[in-house]
Design a protein around this ligand. Structure first.
Ligand SMILES: C[S@@+](CC[C@H](N)C(=O)[O-])C[C@H]1O[C@@H](n2cnc3c(N)ncnc32)[C@H](O)[C@@H]1O
Length: 332
């Protein structure tokens, strides 16, 4: 039996006793903290391409890139960009370079496992299709030596942007991420710092997945993770990068106050609804069909009595939002 199958079996056994599963998550997070402090930053999180064919990898990269532009409402990337949590591949950064960016910084707290041979094939495919062979500076694809693309591995976004504010100031034209902010241990602080690092007129696009990432689901219902008390939950997630449970209302609160002070404009599109699934194309909540809105909110209200006290008074509509695409523009 493979290690993954054993892990899955243990997890489903523990899921029959959620208290035990919570204890296992806390223990695992503690151990991951020790690993991190010891400089062991490799992880399977972000190893997006590990189980994809090269053609599938290419279409994933193209999709991520196209969605940034489609929902962000831009024709081309330009200037200096930060991509947070790129995972195991720099393909999106390569396409940004092709668009006209001078510099793309790839900021990741961990080192996502990767297979250099497979990555090389993916880079080849991108280079052939988009005429990017000039980005290969050695006789093989050395992703650390891609011109204009700088990996900042081992740097948490929270810390990176804090340093950026102090050392560089307003330098970024764009800051983007996909499936990353839900893994930050302090995403709201990071958002604040990122906005401080945007140039006037600069933009941020973040796709944020609020689901439980298989912590309790699908064995238990998808909102089970909201039942864990607030005093315990952070101890399950801080070091391991499990979802931080910072949901849409928390983002809206800080963004709304920055909007009111004239610093930014922002909009939030819904990408997934609880008990409904994907919302494609992504839409503002009010534009989603009433049937879907009700189906999601009803599910929230049916389960609300078991939620941790921190969610008792959270609007049902906010708890029904299981993923967003966030667009922020810093005023010029
Ligand atoms: C689910 S993966 C997403 C990878 C990639 N964006 C994609 O779409 O396939 C999450 C990524 O966020 C990174 N990450 C987690 N916590 C982070 C933090 N505090 N700062 C920067 N990156 C972080 C992980 O290492 C991983 O690469």
């Amino acid at each position: 039996m493979s290690t993954i199958t054993i892990k899955q079996k243990v997890k489903s056994l523990l899921n029959t006793l959620p208290g035990l599963l919570v204890t296992a998550f806390v223990t695992d997070d503690f151990l991951q903290g020790i690993r991190l402090r010891g400089g062991l930053i490799s992880t399977d999180s972000g190893a997006t391409h590990m189980n994809l064919s090269e053609a599938e990898s290419l279409s994933y990269i193209e999709k991520v890139f196209a969605e940034y532009k489609k929902y962000g409402g831009i024709d081309k990337f330009f200037g200096r960009v930060a991509e947070i949590g790129p995972g195991d591949n720099a393909g999106v950064a390569m396409l940004m370079r092709r668009d006209g960016c001078q510099k793309v910084d790839l900021i990741d707290r961990y080192y996502s496992s990767r297979n250099p041979e497979q990555q090389s094939k993916i880079y080849n495919l991108i280079a052939q299709k988009y005429h990017l062979n000039h980005l290969r500076t050695t006789n093989y694809w050395d992703e650390q030596a891609l011109p204009g693309i700088n990996w900042k591995i081992g740097e948490a976004a929270e810390v990176y942007f804090e340093n950026c504010v102090q050392e560089e100031g307003e330098v970024y034209d764009f800051i983007v991420s996909r499936a990353v902010l839900e893994h930050l241990y302090d995403p709201l602080h990071a958002i604040n710092q990122m906005i401080a690092c945007l140039k006037p007129g600069g933009r941020m696009f973040h796709e944020i997945d609020f689901r439980d990432h298989g912590m309790f689901s699908p064995i238990r219902h998808e909102l089970t993770f909201l039942e864990v008390p607030e005093t315990i939950y952070p101890w399950m997630v801080r070091n391991s990068g499990r979802p931080n449970r910072i949901l849409v209302h928390k983002y809206r609160n800080i963004l709304e106050s920055m909007k009111n002070s004239g610093l930014i404009d922002y909009s939030i599109l819904v990408t997934h609804l609880v008990n409904v699934g994907d919302i494609t194309p992504h839409q503002v909540f009010e534009e989603i069909s009433l049937d879907k809105q009700h189906q999601a909110i009803k599910f929230v209200e049916e389960n609300r009595q078991k939620f941790a006290s921190t969610f008792h008074h959270t609007d049902g509509q906010d708890l029904a939002v299981a993923g967003i695409f966030l667009i922020v523009t810093k005023k010029g």
